[in-house]
Write a protein that binds this ligand. Structure first.
Ligand code: OSB
Ligand code: MG
Length: 370
């Protein structure tokens, strides 16, 4: 397919309620969308970076640069075969996987349109629906958090994850367990701790967490291996896994027993499938992580999570959980079973990008042609 034009669209979508993590309190989702035009069709991809390099080393500024000056010029005006061909053309780039994933994802969308097949079918997905878990931000009080847990537990979410940070951790878990001794509960530290906190994590073993997500350094797999050997609770890596090789090394070292796959963090769906397959071979269950994305990213996440080894509940939720308005029609929502229907050739779920909503949220648009 010939790549005729690439638009990089920046949108701002305010959160209904602030979402607080160990690294930042989000008020607005500042997001980049990539629209790749080819032979009368277009594909959308979402760049999952944030306004600043808080979660990993990339942010919207660095991604804009990469997309416009490094990545787009490699395919504009060229005849390319699709996502794999694009990845080969940009294989010289070190890191910057969120930026790469944005175009890669758009090329998958173009392939969906060109073939008339669903993303699920193209990647070999096997599930008709995928389970929703929920990621709850840090709250000012334990009572406020307990109220949220009550709400989402009542709605049937398949796993409750809470964000933790030093000073807001074990006593909160203890309190939750008093009220909910049996729910599937996890914590996500977003790299806020070090091995000096080993005793804290040993003490957490008592609370039967399904796993502890990314307790240590965002680029670490060595300290995580030390921690994993010292505790019973499974460690799940998020930030630390950016590629197939990261996953291979983490599995070899014993740094994690669960992996959270985000196609953005790993440079796209192609690499994510490789990680999925590797984990499956090693009996490491995976689940699909979230980045408070727009509907474009959410719908692709649903499709990716239809792969067979996504056996744990995902951070894929209804869009209205974070936002009043989103950019797909319909807005992504859960079923009465708290699952998300995977779009495929058989069912009626079909998402369309709402161009008018994008216009309303738009901060800037760069049109790149050869
Ligand atoms: O670490 O999983 C994370 C949100 C932003 C950045 C990182 C993470 C998260 C979440 C929210 O936990 C997941 C979601 O989109 O529902
Ligand atoms: Mg995480």
């Amino acid at each position: 397919m010939r790549i005729d034009r690439i638009d990089i669209i920046r949108i701002n979508n305010p959160f209904k309620d602030p979402f607080e993590t160990s690294f930042v309190r989000f008020l607005v989702r500042d997001a980049l969308l990539v629209k790749v035009y080819s032979e009368g069709a277009f594909g959308y991809g979402e760049c999952k970076a944030f306004h600043a390099p808080l979660y990993n080393a990339e942010d919207n500024g660095t991604c804009l640069h990469l997309l416009k000056n490094i990545l787009a010029p490699r395919i504009l005006g060229e005849n390319i075969d699709g996502p794999e061909d694009f990845l080969e053309r940009v294989a010289f780039v070190r890191g910057n996987r969120l930026a790469i994933a944005a175009i890669e994802n758009a090329l998958w969308d173009l392939r969906v349109k060109a073939t008339g097949k669903s993303l699920k079918t193209l990647i070999g997905g096997t599930r008709d629906e995928v389970e929703a878990g929920i990621s709850l931000g840090i709250e000012p009080t334990i009572d406020a958090l307990l109220k949220k847990i009550e709400k989402y537990q009542g709605e049937g979410y398949h796993r409750i994850k809470i964000k933790i940070k030093p000073g807001k951790d074990i006593h909160i878990v203890r309190e939750i367990r008093k009220h909910y001794p049996d729910i599937t509960l996890t914590v996500d530290a977003n790299s806020a701790y070090t091995l000096a906190d080993l005793d804290l994590f040993k003490a957490m073993d008592e609370f039967n967490l399904s796993y502890i997500e990314q307790p240590l350094g965002e680029d670490d797999i060595v300290d995580h291996a030390v921690l994993q050997k010292a505790i019973r609770t499974r460690i799940c890596l998020d930030e630390s896994i950016t590629s197939f090789d990261d996953a291979r090394k983490a599995i070899d070292l014993g740094s994690a027993q669960v992996i959270n796959i985000k196609s953005s963090r790993c440079g796209g769906i192609h690499e994510s499938i490789r990680i999925h397959d590797l984990c499956m071979k090693h009996d490491i269950p995976v689940w699909c992580g979230g980045m408070t994305e727009t509907g474009i990213g959410r719908v692709q996440n649903i499709s990716m999570a239809s792969l067979p080894n996504f056996t744990l509940a995902n951070d894929i939720t209804p869009a209205h959980r974070f936002f009043v308005e989103d950019i797909t029609v319909p807005m992504v929502d859960v079923t009465s079973r708290c699952t998300l229907i995977v779009p495929d050739e058989k069912n009626a779920i079909h998402y369309v990008v709402d161009e008018a909503a994008i216009e309303r949220m738009m901060v800037s648009r760069e049109v790149i042609r050869k």
